[in-house]
Design a binder for this molecule. Sequence first.
Ligand code: PBG
Ligand code: ZN
Length: 326
Amino acid sequence: MTKLSLRRTRLNHHTRELTRETHIQPQQLIQPLFVVDGIDEREPVPGIDMLFRDTQQSLLQQIEADRAAGINKFLLFSVPAEKSTATFNVSFTVAQIEAIRQQFGADIWLAVDVCLCSHTMHGHCGVLNSAGNYLRNDATVSELANIAGLYAEAGADCIAPSDMMDGRVAAIRATLDELGCEQTTIMSYSAKFHSHFYGPFRLAADSAPATQNQLQDRASYQIDPARPTDALASSQRDAREGADILMVKPGLPYLDVLTNLTGQIPLPWAVYQTSGEQAAIDTLARHDLIQRDGAQHETWLAFKRAGATMIISYAARRANQILRTV
Ligand code: PBG
Ligand code: ZN
């Protein structure tokens, strides 16, 4: 006599389908976009398939193509041509938001990243003190709040602060409300770790900390990977300050954090599958060491199991194709 127990429901695709608990829906994927001032032609981002640093024109075409592929939610990173240290000109980004809004209206949902690292000469996410060894908190926060207001007025649906200064969510919420942008949501990078998985992004956004800095890295403002309780405190704080959506970033190396935080704080949770994570998958696939679509899908399932509702993924634009093949 052959004994089957748990294998019986794994045997054919009907029972496998019936018993699934987790599903990937393209409506819950967010595609990051990069738009770069001062380039004539769009450029591929190293290591990541089908990801580009777009010009204003190619950006609009890319969004059109993504919509045709069934993706309508985006997170915009905009890279200015000129760097500065104290006052920041965001007119390029404002123009991109306006152009997107004009072309696509309410057909798409547009979140815009708010940070200073693409703007500063030194590549840090805020304003440095004159000694060059400390990122000034409140000076940075007031710049960010100001910029967030301009993005909201230009038509952003959502403001996504990624700087990790203290008090920025409250300051941004206050500015948005004062401007009459009370409908604009805030998605806070509330549990953003000091990670090595941001490499390709920093090339795409031209935002790596400069090597001649005294302050060499972002350890004095991003969360220590060995300290999950700081991620909890940071997320609770951002929830209190008025964030509508919280986030864990990176994704796969922090699934434990995602599981714990989504279980503890009853707000919508995003997870950010970062550029380094994506490049790892795509590089394995390019070497024929992994089946690209299946591996991508498997990582998305992990995020859903861990409690994220929405996933920020560089492969979002391939989702419908992926879902057809897995
Ligand atoms: C910058 C920022 C980073 C990412 C989003 N916003 C990187 C960093 O902190 O240097 C990471 C995105 C990715 O790697 O995909 N504030
Ligand atoms: Zn930054």
